[in-house]
Design a protein around this ligand. Structure first.
Ligand SMILES: [Zn+2]
Length: 169
């Protein structure tokens, strides 16, 4: 079976999340993304390296194709998901139409279990979270969502930097 290669390349370069220094292009890596029904997609993910000699960390650029609707600011997307922005706000031209809002909600629903699984695995490996918390039914996604206005951006960075992927809606 031929697996299509998807060129996921991020045009927007953010500073290093660790030290805020500029990042520069390092290389590309191929990653396999598994979709529902056993379908596989190969993604070309750009890796960026921090230019600060004392840091030199490598980060994955978030591929545009995987972050939902990148042309909207993530605050707008999380505002819709948190129902701070509703279809009643439609007269504001910066806001998406109702169908787009529904697609975002659908995207979160489709990825909900996946996101929580990634967060628990990252929490265990990198942050030393207690085993009981990981086995509990507490949703880390909900916890981060309630504690941080930038929750969407924060979870996307954590997941993509640890090599994870979310599925498009
Ligand atoms: Zn850095």
């Amino acid at each position: 079976m031929r697996i299509p290669i998807f060129f996921g390349e991020s045009r927007e370069i953010c500073p290093c999340p660790e030290c805020q220094s500029p990042l520069k292009h390092r290389d590309y890596r191929l990653r396999i993304m598994k979709l529902d029904g056993g379908v596989k997609k190969i993604l070309r993910v750009e890796r960026l390296q921090c230019t600060n000699e004392g840091c030199r960390r490598i980060h994955n650029a978030l591929p545009d194709c995987l972050t939902p609707y990148k042309h909207y600011a993530s605050e707008v997307i999380s505002g819709v998901l948190d129902e701070i922005i509703t279809p009643d706000d439609l007269e504001d031209e910066d806001y998406p139409c109702e169908a787009t809002m529904l697609r975002w909600k659908h995207w979160l629903m489709v990825n909900y279990v996946r996101i929580d699984g990634y967060l628990k695995s990252i929490g265990h490996r990198l942050l030393g979270f207690d085993q009981r918390l990981l086995e509990s039914r507490i949703s880390l996604l909900e916890k981060i969502r309630l504690s941080n206005d930038c929750w969407l951006e924060a979870i996307l960075r954590m997941i993509y930097n640890s090599g994870g992927f979310l599925v498009p809606s």
